[in-house]
Write a protein that binds this ligand. Structure first.
Ligand code: ASP
Ligand code: MG
Length: 412
């Protein structure tokens, strides 16, 4: 007997037929003798619609009321799944965030979970095998208001609940059957990764792979929750783990040099030309951006020819570009640069793998593969287990295919 948390995403509970399908999946685990808690998202499209309602009334709205509105989608699906389970003879009860409770801070619309009191759902699980059907995405703030965890937050609800329940595994059911070496819509040879480390998954998620919310992976890593990503729509084949397992490094026998290639079109590039080259300049440039809550990601400072001025290139989120340009132009006099240019037609492509720690030449192979295709690299950044480059957006597909081949990921 194991204790499992099963999470079902928006498409998995997209209509009542699908909710009945989910109930059958849950019943299988219950029939196998497991203790089960379920976390559900809202029906696909519903949260977007709810967000839209808020926006159509006010451009800037009270985040506490936004949370009251957007949390309602999960209330519906948790109730419906509990009914569907009861129809199959499985004892089940729905739980909203405030009922469990899942206590969060009061940063509305992107709250963080502080603690979860699982006493009551564990008692019911143990005494009568009742399935707890929990509304994902939501909690209750210390000030007793409904809170939500940011878009995609029900992944985090599920992992946090699994940690609190000391569950043996957290299965994240979605519309893809696992985590892929890269986007299979672009690279037909992309393959499902059977096992991936927390560190790699964290990089993949934060560098653009959209399967799991980044925070949920941080949470899984911190609490060592075994997470599996798998499809709701494919009947589980013979293998124990049909999806992708996110686990500790020592659970992975054969480690590839590069495990995955992620990309993000959400970046934009800014170059400040002719900036004075002396101490304190970088601090002066990034100060106003920080004050405006604009995150800077990749940064390069070119060496100046005359030793007096330099060019500074960096990236910001695409949605922050206009604001960033505005902030910098306003500080132009003080920052003393000659010209500002910006480019939103860029993509950040990253190769990720813990194998990099112990192997040289990983970055070089990336640069060569791109050079062979005539793709110009605009900015580079690296960490222990990833190399990211910024290139023209038009080359996204070509770059992904070239890199997938270059790192030997095409093989069947
Ligand atoms: N329903 C929420 C959203 O669409 C939370 C989630 O599905 O994870 O962002
Ligand atoms: Mg999601």
């Amino acid at each position: 007997m194991a204790r499992l948390v099963l999470k079902f995403g928006g498409t998995s509970v997209g209509d009542t037929e699908r909710i009945k399908n989910v109930a059958r999946k849950v019943k299988q685990e219950v029939d196998a003798g497991h203790q089960v808690a379920v976390v559900v998202s809202a029906m696909s499209g519903v949260t977007n619609q709810l967000v839209e309602y808020c926006r159509s009334i006010a451009k800037i709205y009270d985040a506490r009321e936004y949370d009251a509105v957007v949390a309602s989608g999960e209330q519906v699906t948790s109730g419906l799944l509990a009914i569907a389970l009861q129809e199959l003879g499985v004892p089940a009860r729905s739980w909203q965030g405030w009922q469990i409770p899942i206590i969060t801070d009061d940063v509305h619309a992107k709250a963080r979970i502080e603690r979860i009191d699982t006493t009551e759902i564990v008692r019911r699980m143990e005494e009568s095998g009742e399935v707890a059907v929990c509304a994902g995405f939501q909690g209750v703030s210390l000030r007793n208001r409904i809170s939500t965890l940011g878009r995609g937050g029900s992944d985090t609800s599920a992992v946090a609940l699994a940690a609190a329940l000391k569950a043996d595994r957290c299965d994240i059911y979605t519309d893809v059957d696992g985590v892929y070496t890269t986007d299979p819509r672009i690279v037909t040879k992309a393959r499902k990764i059977p096992r991936i480390t927390y560190e790699e998954m964290l990089e993949m998620a934060s560098l653009g792979a959209k399967v799991l919310q980044t925070r949920s992976v941080e949470m899984a890593m911190k609490h060592r929750v075994r997470v599996q990503v798998l499809s709701t729509f494919e009947p589980a084949p013979g293998s124990d783990y049909p999806g992708t397992l996110v686990v500790d490094e020592d659970e992975i026998v054969e480690q590839e040099l590069v495990s995955g290639i992620a990309y993000s079109r959400d970046e934009a590039k800014i170059t400040l030309v002719g900036v004075a080259d002396h101490p304190g300049v970088a601090a002066r440039i990034f100060g106003p951006l920080t004050d405006a809550a604009i995150n800077v990601d990749m940064i390069v400072q070119n060496v100046s020819e005359d030793g007096k001025t330099t060019d500074m290139t960096f990236t910001v989120g695409k949605t922050d570009l206009d604001r960033a340009v505005q902030v910098l132009e306003k500080a132009k006099e003080e920052l003393n640069f000659r010209k500002l240019s910006s480019d939103a037609n860029v993509v950040k492509v990253s190769v990720i793998g813990v194998g990099m720690r112990s192997h040289a030449g990983v970055a070089q192979r990336m640069f060569k593969a791109l050079a062979d295709r005539g793709i110009n690299i605009q900015v580079i950044s690296t960490s222990e287990i990833k190399v990211s480059v910024l290139i023209a957006e038009d080359y996204t597909e070509l770059a992904l295919r070239a890199l997938h081949t270059a790192y030997g990921l095409d093989k069947a």
